[in-house]
Design a protein around this ligand. Structure first.
Ligand code: 2M8
Length: 444
């Protein structure tokens, strides 16, 4: 469906904006926005942050409710769960549902049923952007209420999750990366013992709503389930993870978000009467740790580190470009990451002939249809777009912006897009695509 093409095929920006607002309104559910009514009918953590950025442009009060409802489900240890379940939905409306996570038995879990995992901490950045885009007394009050919660989130990730001891947060499940089945995770995931037949005991919900050929496989899911089993059996405690948990990785995108959060918290602190100094210091330490632990001078990009082997994971995915979003990334790394982004692997250009892929399009395991193994995603483009503007590449930023707008103008607010044709894939009315489009249209 050509969603919003005007005369002469140029995108009709006003129509696009209306489409984005209608998508967000359609996904609004009493105090939060669902990523998708069919595939993801509960509240997801980093989705809500992206959504708040977009809502700030059109429904600012809702942006604060979105973040407020998510942080109301924060655990006592500071973790912000990756899913907050809506109790009004019938059992089976998503797999794995609340009964599988069994958060009630974990110490410090909130009254609401949640998962026990986290997602990239993009919330402090989102809160800061929401405030900047729509400053108001009510917004400032909401920001002041969120501030200690955002600090607690950082404390959890920086302490309990620094399993490697090098100043970065470690992930215990691919779902925590947000890029669930990225080729980056293939090697560490392959070591998790599991049998696809295990999935016969469960009913996958995703493949009822999306093409199975686009989604992770049953064997992937068996491993996802095994990893949750292991973490849940320890009641989601983090003390015994090192040496015991079967999947432990440090991710460049996740830790970029961790650093961006400290930069944002420094600005939030200054606004709400806190001390920005410690946030600035932590931001600098996170960037230093990323350079020290995840940058590979041989490839010129960042790679996840597998803490079980101590080695960097070789796949060249879009995760490796994410640190470009850090304002304090040194010039040398800015240059090498840009070289990778502009190479045939990712095709970034002032005039892009194809959308930005989520994985190296020259790699053997590039899959144009399967979820995070090739398709183009709005949130990855948005992060890179911010980095390009931060590091003063208006030419490339403009090219990427035009490409992102073109995707939605042609296909609508899809969850992800074919990295060659731009065809819409996954859920057709996806919240963060709509929200980030609003931000991109407004110029950030
Ligand atoms: C996808 O992840 C969920 C599990 O968390 C799933 O596949 O069921 C990912 O794209 C993730 O990044 C996103 O937050 C979530 C909801 O949009 O869906």
């Amino acid at each position: 469906m050509p969603a919003a093409r005007g005369d002469g095929d140029a995108p009709d920006l006003a129509a696009l904006r209306r489409l984005a607002v209608a998508t967000l309104d359609g996904n609004w559910e009493h105090d939060h926005t669902v990523p998708s009514r069919t595939l993801y009918p509960h509240q997801w953590s980093w989705d809500s942050a992206f959504v708040a950025v977009g809502l700030a442009h059109v429904r600012p009060a809702r942006a604060w409710r979105e973040l407020g409802s998510l942080f109301a489900a924060q655990w006592a240890d500071g973790r912000v769960p990756h899913i907050v379940f809506n109790p009004a939905l019938r059992p089976g409306s998503y797999f794995p549902g609340p009964e599988f996570w069994d958060s009630a038995r974990a110490e410090g879990a909130p009254a609401a049923a949640t998962s026990g995992l986290v997602q990239p901490p993009v919330h402090a950045l989102a809160a800061w952007l929401a405030h900047r885009r729509a400053p108001s007394d009510a917004g400032r009050a909401a920001l002041a209420r969120l501030y200690p919660r955002l600090v607690a989130q950082q404390r959890y990730l920086g302490r309990a999750r620094d399993v490697g001891g090098g100043g970065l947060a470690c992930l215990v499940h691919p779902w925590e990366s947000g890029l669930d089945n990225s080729p980056a995770w293939d090697a560490p995931l392959a070591r998790v013992p599991a049998d696809a037949a295990v999935m016969r005991a469960y009913r996958r919900h995703d493949t009822a709503h999306a093409d199975a050929a686009h989604r992770p496989t049953d064997l992937d899911y068996a491993r996802y389930v095994a990893l949750v089993d292991a973490y849940r059996d320890g009641r989601y405690r983090d003390d015994g993870l090192a040496g015991a948990h079967p999947f432990l990785v440090e991710c460049p995108l996740f830790n970029t978000a961790l650093g961006l959060a400290e930069h944002a918290l420094a600005r939030i602190a200054a606004e709400v009467g806190g001390d920005p100094g410690p946030h600035r210091e932590r931001a600098a330490r996170i960037t230093a740790a990323l350079l020290d632990r995840l940058y590979d001078p041989a490839t010129g990009v960042f790679h996840p580190r597998d803490l079980r082997t101590g080695r960097l994971l070789p796949a060249r995915t879009a995760l490796g470009l994410a640190p470009l979003a850090l304002p304090d990334l040194p010039g040398r790394q800015v240059a090498t990451v840009l070289a990778e982004a502009c190479s045939p692997r990712f095709g970034l250009a002032a005039r892009m002939d194809r959308p930005l892929p989520s994985h190296d399009r020259t790699a053997d395991d590039f899959e144009p249809l399967r979820y995070w193994r090739g398709p183009s995603w709005m949130n990855l483009g948005w992060l890179l777009w911010r980095g390009l503007r931060t590091h003063r590449r208006p030419d490339l930023a403009a090219g990427l912006r035009e490409s992102m707008i073109g995707l939605v103008a042609t296909a609508g607010c899809h969850e992800y897009f074919h990295p060659d044709t731009g065809a819409g894939l996954g859920s057709p009315a996806f919240a963060w695509t709509a929200a980030l489009l609003l931000d991109v249209l407004a110029g950030g």
